[in-house]
Ligand binder design. Structure first.
Ligand code: NDP
Length: 445
């Protein structure tokens, strides 16, 4: 790391003690910026780097709610409004017991550059709570969402900050939060949240967008080598929104996804995942992966190790951060994996990324490969603003075009800075320069 960026990194660690995921995300971006600053030293002037690593605003609040037995619970809510150079803060809400300020900060920081890559005029933000929706009734989830939105509502708005879903936040939660926002504001601001239901301002393809985009990114990377996904064995982790639609798009492109997972274990289905059954179990019944195995002859549930122990051609980590470490990367490489496209945010540890890059395989980092979700959220905002709705084919064509542009921007930036084929450098450099140029134009703010 160059001296100038090293200093900024040390300051981040000292100022944000114990927030290891945030340190990791900042380190990865700053490390990539060496060649950028060397070529364009003005990006290190005016404390631009110091400003870009400091959130514009951090909100933390109490979320009290009452369970079905009448017991009162107190969770913690977060919204990090990280950077608004390119547009209103935009990024999802995560409900998971592991959520803390450092996790939301890492996600918000990644979001700045991801959103810049989409070229859609959206800034970076993220939020969530340490609330665990697993095992909670609909009524409990509703009361939690209403309490959460009661505080969040004063901070967000269609031109200010536009949250969406993430882990633990899907259509049901967005619905409860939108209902409460509308009641508090006495205003039908459809553009205040994305991931809405189709009957009340949602966009076709938003549900599918992140998973689809991750697979389209893998396909674009393969195309640079004259290959495609056709006939490839695909390993997917997670069994939520991103994983399910990554499996769907991979199947459409002629590949065979053979795995998925949740926190109870992973499933190997060598015959190819039965997508309808998986959707039934996960989306309709909100069940566990074991429920799939019970109804699917030939599929097996594994409760030790990880999905990366299975040999395959393409890996799509779609569960959570740091789910794929250096050992798992070595196992994947031994098993013949030649492509990794990250559906989740920062699922590969730095050791894993290094192993993939050393081996020279195609590695698409999350901030580029999973940008299809937020890109389609921006399309949803566009439709809300124009009071219109596009059909599926129109929305999907736009998503496909945006993913191709993101891929090409990464390739071009990697070449410009002397590391052809390095999508990590390409994504960070392309995203950073777009945000930095506008921050410079806006002056010291
Ligand atoms: P969901 O809540 O729909 O699904 C998450 C899946 O990952 C579940 O199967 C869950 O299992 C599993 N998982 C989560 N945490 C862990 C953990 N600590 N250990 C093992 N398994 C875990 O979330 P999404 O599919 O929306 O999000 C998945 C990833 O994609 C996240 O990293 C998110 O930030 C990223 N992402 C999502 C976008 C979106 O549009 N939804 C956009 C861009 C990125 P279990 O239910 O057992 O916890």
């Amino acid at each position: 790391m160059q001296d100038v960026v090293e200093k900024v990194y040390e300051q981040v660690v000292a100022r944000n003690r114990g927030e290891v995921e945030f340190h990791q995300a900042v380190h990865e971006v700053l490390e990539s910026l060496g060649p950028v600053i060397a070529k364009h030293p003005h990006y290190a002037e005016g404390a631009l780097l110091e400003r870009i690593v400091e959130p514009e605003r951090q909100i933390m609040f109490r979320v009290p709610w009452v369970d079905d037995a009448g017991q009162v619970h107190v969770n913690r809510g977060f919204r990090i409004e990280f950077n608004s150079a390119l547009g209103p803060y935009k990024g999802g809400l995560r409900f998971h017991p592991s959520v803390n300020a450092g996790i939301i900060k890492f996600l918000g920081f990644e979001q700045i550059f991801k959103n810049a890559l989409t070229a859609q005029g959206i800034g970076g933000g993220k939020g969530g709570s340490d609330f665990d929706p697993h095992g909670r009734s609909d009524a409990e989830v509703m009361r939690f969402c209403q309490s959460f939105m009661t505080e969040l509502a004063r901070h967000i708005g269609p031109s200010t900050d536009v949250p969406a879903g993430d882990i633990g936040v899907g259509g049901r939660e967005i619905g409860y939060m939108f209902g409460q926002y509308k009641r508090l504001r006495n205003s039908y601001d459809a553009g205040v949240l994305t991931g809405k239901g189709l009957a009340w301002g949602g966009s076709l393809v938003r549900t599918e967008a992140t998973g689809y985009g991750t697979v389209l990114f893998a396909q674009s990377m393969l195309a640079t080598k004259g290959e495609s996904l056709e006939g490839k064995k695909v390993l997917v982790s997670g069994a939520g929104n991103v994983a399910i639609y990554a499996i769907e798009k991979a199947q459409q492109l002629g590949a065979t996804p053979i795995t998925f997972s949740d926190s109870s274990g992973y499933v190997v289905d060598e015959a190819g995942v039965d997508l309808e059954l998986l959707k039934q179990v996960k989306e309709v019944e909100r069940g566990r992966v074991a429920d799939y195995v019970e109804r699917r002859p030939g599929a097996r549930l594994v409760t030790s190790g990880s999905v990366w122990d299975v040999p395959g051609d393409v890996a799509l980590p779609c569960a959570t951060q740091n789910e794929l470490d250096g050992d798992a990367a070595a196992t994947l490489l031994r098993g013949g994996c030649g492509v990794v496209s990250e559906g989740a945010n920062m699922p590969s540890t730095p050791e894993a990324v290094e192993a993939f890059q050393k081996a020279g395989i195609l590695f698409g980092p999350g901030k580029a490969a999973n940008a299809g979700g937020v890109a389609t959220s921006a399309l949803e905002m566009e439709q809300n603003a124009g009071r219109t709705r596009w059909d599926f084919a129109t929305a999907e064509a736009k998503l496909t075009g945006i993913m191709a542009d993101i891929h090409d921007s990464c390739v071009a930036a990697a070449e410009e800075y002397g590391r052809p084929g390095d999508y990590v450098l390409g994504a960070n450099a392309a995203g950073f320069t777009r945000v930095a140029d506008v921050m410079i134009a806006h002056g010291i703010v």
